[in-house]
Design a protein. Structure first.
Length: 167
């Protein structure tokens, strides 16, 4: 995660994460010191009395966690594609406010956002419009979720497509 990426795992007291989207599972985890673990076991009633995850889910999550450590090259590829795509958008005058792999492109008008989403879908890019009530009125946007299967050429094409549709 971010702590490992920034070489600061040893400087953080509690690391919390989820097994949702990236792991395709459910539940969450906390990486803590032995002292904090004992404190939570003795003082966190909701932890003690919560329902455990089903064994199949736990087995799947452990399986996926073992795979994560082998994905350094894949993570680096995704980071590079994110940087490349954001650079393409900036050069094309498109606005975004994200450093993650879920990239919003701010459009503003609801109808225009829907139209651009449809243009993208017709060109083979499945990009959803995000509109009120999910975002404030006048702040509609497209939400792009990057993954490693997308090519740099596709990212350039998508940028040109959206920038052209904004005119």
């Amino acid at each position: 995660g971010i702590c490992a990426m920034n070489n600061m795992v040893s400087e953080v007291d509690i690391i919390v994460g989820t097994f949702g989207k990236a792991a395709g599972s459910l539940g969450a985890f906390a990486i803590i010191s032995p002292l904090m673990r004992e404190f939570l076991i003795n003082k966190a009633r909701s932890l003690i009395y919560s329902t455990a995850l089903p064994p199949l889910i736990l087995k799947w999550t452990l399986f996926i966690l073992e795979k994560f450590s082998d994905l350094t090259d894949v993570r680096n590829d995704l980071i590079d594609k994110g940087i490349f795509f954001r650079d393409c958008m900036i050069k094309s005058g498109l606005q975004t406010s994200s450093d993650s792999f879920i990239i919003p492109i701010h459009i503003g008008e609801d109808q225009k956002t829907i139209e651009i989403s449809d243009i993208c879908k017709n060109a083979g890019f499945y990009i959803l419009p995000i509109r009120p009530p999910t975002v404030p009125e006048g702040k509609a946007r497209l939400r792009i979720s990057l993954n490693t299967s997308v090519s740099y050429d596709d990212l350039e094409k998508l940028t040109k497509l959206i920038a052209g549709a904004m005119v």
